[in-house]
Design a protein around this ligand. Structure first.
Ligand SMILES: [Zn+2]
Length: 365
C-alpha cells in the first residue's frame, strides 16, 4: 500500500510540475489597447446590395492599400475596409505634430470584408502613455484638435501584404453618371464588388516581374500606324500602366466595353465573368484604349494572331491555376449563386421608359 501511495504522489508531483512548465512567462505590461472586431458597435456594410448609388459613386478604393482611415468628428476615427476577404492583425497609428514618430494607438484583431466603423481616439480624451512605432514608451498629451493628426494602419496579414506588394498606384472609382443613356447602364453594388476583384487582380498582374518580362519579350505588338512597338515604347507603355493614378469603371450596354483616358468599363458579362478568357480579353482591350491605342493596334484587337491580351494570357492562366491572384476564386463573392440563378437573365434594374426590361441578355455561366 505504501509503495502504491508513494507512486501516486510521484505521479501527481510530476504532473503538476509538467503543468507548471506550460504556464506562460509573465509578459511585460503592454499599454496598446487591443480591440476585438466582434465587440465593435455599429459596423456598417460597404457596397451592400441596397447601398444608394450616390454613396457607391463617391467611393475611392486604393487597390494596394484598401483599408482607409480618417478622422471622424472631433474625437473619433473612421475605418473603411475595401478588401473582399477579412483581414487580421491591424495596428492603428497616429502621427501628431510635435512628435517625432508615429504613435501606436491600438490593435484590432481582425476586420471583416467590406465594412466600415468608427472608434474613439483615446488621446482626444486624456493624456496617455503609449508606444511609438520603434517601441519607445512616451507620454502623449491630450489632443484638443485632431484635424492635423494623420492616421495610418499597418496590417500584418499575408493576404493584405500581397495587396501592399502591388506596384500600380491605381485608385478605383465608379463612374459618377449612373443613368441608362446611350451605351451606359446604371451599375449596382454587385457590379462594383466584382470590379474590386477584377481590378485588384489586374493591378496585381502588372505588378509582377513575370508579367513585365512577358510583355517586354512578346514580339509583334504594333502601334496605331502599324509599326512595331519598340523596346523604349513598350517600357513607356508599361510605365503608364504602373503609374497612372486613377481607373474609372462603369457598366455598358450594346457594346462589350468602353475605354479611354482613365476609363476602363465593361458590359455585364465582362464585369461578372472577369475570370473568363473572353472577359479578360475584353478588359485588356479597353485598357489598351486607355493607354492610347485604337483598333488598328493589336493592343486592342488581335492582328496576325498577336495581341496585348495574348501576351498576358499565359501569366494570367498561371496566376489563376496556382491561386496566385489576390482574388483567384470566382466563387468568392457568390455572385453566381446569389444573383444569376435567381434573376435568370438579367442583374441590373435597368428598365425601358414603358417599364419593360431593357436590353436583357441571357448569360450562360
Ligand atoms: Zn475598342
Amino acid at each position: 500500500m505504501k509503495k502504491q501511495f508513494l507512486f501516486l504522489t510521484f505521479v501527481v508531483v510530476l504532473f503538476s510540475c509538467k503543468k507548471a512548465s506550460k504556464e506562460p512567462l509573465p509578459e511585460p505590461k503592454v499599454l496598446t489597447q487591443n480591440v476585438s472586431f466582434k465587440d465593435i458597435q455599429n459596423v456598417g456594410k460597404i457596397l451592400s446590395d441596397t447601398e444608394p448609388v450616390e454613396i457607391m459613386v463617391s467611393r475611392t478604393i486604393n487597390l494596394r492599400d484598401p483599408l482607409s482611415i480618417e478622422v471622424s468628428g472631433t474625437n473619433r476615427m473612421k475605418l473603411s475596409c475595401y478588401t473582399l476577404k477579412s483581414i487580421k492583425n491591424v495596428d492603428v497609428f497616429v502621427k501628431l505634430t510635435g512628435y517625432e514618430e508615429r504613435i501606436k494607438l491600438l490593435k484590432i484583431d481582425s476586420i471583416s470584408s467590406l465594412t466600415s466603423f468608427d472608434l474613439p481616439v483615446s488621446i482626444a480624451e486624456k493624456d496617455e502613455k503609449l508606444y511609438t512605432e520603434s517601441g519607445k514608451l512616451i507620454e502623449v498629451k491630450k489632443q484638443t484638435d485632431l484635424s492635423k493628426a494623420v492616421f495610418s494602419v499597418s496590417v500584418d496579414d499575408p493576404f493584405y501584404k500581397k495587396l501592399n506588394g502591388i506596384k500600380t498606384v491605381w485608385l478605383l472609382n465608379f463612374r459618377k453618371e449612373q443613368q441608362d443613356i446611350g451605351n451606359w447602364y446604371r451599375m449596382n453594388p454587385l457590379h462594383a464588388r466584382e470590379c474590386i476583384a477584377m481590378f485588384t487582380n489586374l493591378a496585381y498582374l502588372f505588378s509582377q516581374d513575370a508579367a513585365q518580362k512577358a510583355f517586354m519579350d512578346y514580339e509583334g505588338l504594333i502601334e496605331n500606324d502599324g509599326s512595331v512597338l519598340t523596346k523604349e515604347r513598350k517600357e513607356a507603355v508599361y510605365k503608364d500602366i504602373l503609374t497612372r493614378p486613377k481607373i474609372e469603371t462603369g457598366l455598358v450596354r450594346n457594346v462589350s466595353g468602353l475605354g479611354g483616358g482613365n476609363l476602363v468599363a465593361g458590359a455585364e458579362y465582362v464585369l461578372m465573368r472577369h475570370y473568363n478568357k473572353s472577359s479578360e480579353e475584353e478588359i485588356l482591350h479597353e485598357l489598351g484604349h486607355a493607354l492610347g491605342f485604337g483598333h488598328s493596334s493589336n493592343m486592342t484587337y488581335a492582328a496576325n494572331n498577336k495581341a496585348f491580351f495574348l501576351a498576358m494570357r499565359p501569366i494570367i492562366n498561371g496566376f489563376l491555376t496556382a491561386h496566385e491572384y489576390p482574388y483567384w476564386d470566382y466563387r468568392l463573392l457568390n455572385t453566381y449563386n446569389t444573383y444569376i440563378d435567381k434573376t435568370g437573365d438579367y442583374l441590373r434594374e435597368g428598365k425601358n421608359p414603358d417599364g419593360s426590361r431593357h436590353n436583357a441578355t441571357r448569360y450562360d455561366y
